[in-house]
Ligand binder design. Structure first.
Ligand SMILES: O=C(O)[C@H](O)[C@@H](O)[C@H](O)[C@H](O)CO
Ligand SMILES: [Zn+2]
Length: 299
């Protein structure tokens, strides 16, 4: 048995931390704070954080093969230049839905950037239903819409053989799978692979490990859970000292550590005394399983 250790490595007080991504080249963790409109990069060696502020809520960030990053900012797919702190718009979506913004996003194994939208919340979990869609930004910068009627677009990752796309619409309390065609980026045959139990609360961000099992951050559940998508069984629960765990990724040496983001917004003053590290970045070690490197956007 390995002993699991949980540590807050950065007391960032994120209002809504999300989209953790490990950048091996700089030994850094990238993440966003959505309502603060910030993309952050924490250097795990120097422990320094660099923050770039953009002009709208930023909901996901990903590596870019050309250098710099790509991010979903408001209703735009953008390219981020870290040195001059500029954001260039690559594509705009949901132009008919003024109250929408992007939410979680991730790059597929062929270098396409998948990201979904949602209506802006008036409070955590409170929003106009069915306003979101799932989109994909292709390397040539054209965008395709895959489906609509989404409440809170989240999750997302791909199976190790690239034949399955895993996805979460948070308010469905389900982790879903689609058949995936890596050559075209097309998805089909949606089904549920896991339904959350009541105390697991709301499924949010997700990542796959090197054994093909899924890790899901449970918003309000204060935990990450490890699922076997083939049997539909939960294999492990790791509880954190904060309730609003939002997303997770593997990083560190050989991707042997897990990083977890969380939110501070929506926690009352009394609860904050119980979870003073809410909004921090957490590192979990001793899981005994590794992750895989993130895919860069190739456009
Ligand atoms: O980051 C997200 O996925 C949403 O933007 C957040 O607002 C929360 O996770 C949501 O409130 C959970 O219900
Ligand atoms: Zn999320």
């Amino acid at each position: 048995m390995c002993s699991v250790k949980i540590e807050c490595v950065l007391p960032e007080n994120c209002r809504c931390g999300e989209s953790p991504v490990w950048e091996e080249a700089t030994n850094s963790l990238l993440f966003v704070d959505i309502p603060s409109k910030k993309v952050c990069r924490w250097d795990s060696l120097s422990k320094q954080v660099h923050r770039v502020t953009v002009d709208a809520p930023v909901s996901s960030v990903a590596l870019r093969q050309l250098g710099g990053y790509v991010a979903t900012v408001g209703t735009k797919f953008c390219a981020l230049d870290w040195e001059d702190q500029s954001a260039i718009v690559l594509a705009t979506i949901d132009q008919d839905k003024k109250n929408n913004r992007f939410n979680d996003g991730k790059v597929d194994p062929a270098g396409r950037y998948f990201a979904g939208t949602m209506a802006e919340e008036t409070a955590p979990g409170v929003l106009e239903r069915h306003q979101g869609s799932l989109y994909c930004l292709f390397p040539d910068h054209h965008v395709e819409k895959y489906f609509d009627q989404v409440d809170i677009s989240n999750g997302l990752d791909w199976s190790l053989d690239h034949k399955i796309f895993y996805y979460i619409d948070s308010l469905s309390y389900s982790v879903d799978a689609f058949d995936y065609d890596l050559h075209t980026g097309k998805i089909s045959n949606r089904r549920s692979v896991y339904k959350l139990e009541k105390d697991e609360q709301i499924p949010d961000g997700m990542c796959i490990d090197a054994e093909g099992k899924l890790w899901v951050a449970c918003y309000n559940g204060g935990r990450v859970i490890r699922l076997d998508p083939e049997t539909g069984k939960r294999l492990q629960t790791v509880k954190l000292p904060v309730d609003k765990t939002t997303s997770c990724c593997f990083g560190g040496k050989d991707y042997s550590e897990m990083y977890v983001t969380c939110a501070r917004d929506g926690i009352g003053p009394e609860d904050l005394l119980r979870q003073p590290k809410a909004g921090g970045i957490f590192k979990i070690t001793g899981l005994g399983v590794k992750g895989i490197p993130p895919y860069p956007f190739v456009g």
